[in-house]
Design a protein around this ligand. Structure first.
Ligand code: ZN
Length: 226
């Protein structure tokens, strides 16, 4: 025989008192965590069929619809980039012949699923390829940044990779490495000199140009105070 008593909890429901029997099934009055008080079948509470006054289910549906909606926006953003010449990104997508091969949202959702985190965005593996299952993956901004068209490939010590990967390998930011190379540094120095040593500014860019005639002076003089 099942035993029920005041204070027993079934997910969000906490038993208050015996209510009534209906078709031989005991019903207990319970308070839901949201405050609603109602009677429920003890069997349905014990089996997990009833877990709340209904608020839990509503919340789950809301979350589900929300994630579905986000994915839907992402799909439509792709369509606009590829098909709508008024879209500000069109020139980099549709304008370059890139197509969205998913004809419906359902196809897209089936192929790609949900992004692992909200920070993941859809990345085309081959930057000149289309939007389709084979050429797309969810990637973080960093993963994407090493795969963009603008990325310059740098060969050093017999190895060729993009600037972002070189920077990562040597524990510096891509901006620092880019700044150093733009200032005329050799790749060797740009990768190995410690930041903020003598003659370098906060970004690790060389500023004492007079000692090194080959490097361009990029940092402006302090503005004279009137
Ligand atoms: Zn509730």
């Amino acid at each position: 025989m099942l035993h029920f008593e005041k204070g027993m909890r079934f997910n969000r429901l906490v038993l208050i008192s015996f209510a009534y029997k209906k078709n031989e099934v005991s019903h207990w009055t319970a308070r839901c965590d949201c405050g609603t008080i109602k009677a429920y079948s003890v069997y349905k509470m014990r089996s997990g069929h009833t877990q709340s006054c209904g608020c839990l289910h509503k919340e789950r549906i809301r979350t589900h619809n929300q994630t579905k909606t986000n994915l839907y926006y992402r799909y439509h953003a792709i369509l606009h980039r590829c098909n709508n010449p008024d879209n500000i990104y069109y020139k980099n997508y549709g304008g370059r012949g890139i197509k969205c091969l998913w004809e419906t949202f359902e196809e897209f959702a089936n192929d790609m699923g949900q992004p692992p985190t909200p920070k993941h965005t859809l990345d085309r593996i081959d930057n000149d390829g289309h939007y389709c299952k084979e050429n797309c993956r969810w990637a973080t901004r960093f993963e994407q940044s090493i795969n963009t068209r603008q990325n310059r490939l740098i060969t050093h010590d017999g190895k060729t990779q993009c600037l972002a990967l070189w920077a990562k390998e040597y524990g510096m930011t891509p901006n620092m490495l880019r700044g150093r190379l733009q200032s005329g540094w050799t790749m060797e120095n740009a990768l190995t000199k410690k930041p903020r040593s003598r003659g370098f500014n906060r970004r690790g860019v060389f500023v004492r140009a007079a000692d090194f005639p080959n490097s361009q002076r990029r940092i402006s003089e302090p503005t004279p105070t009137p």
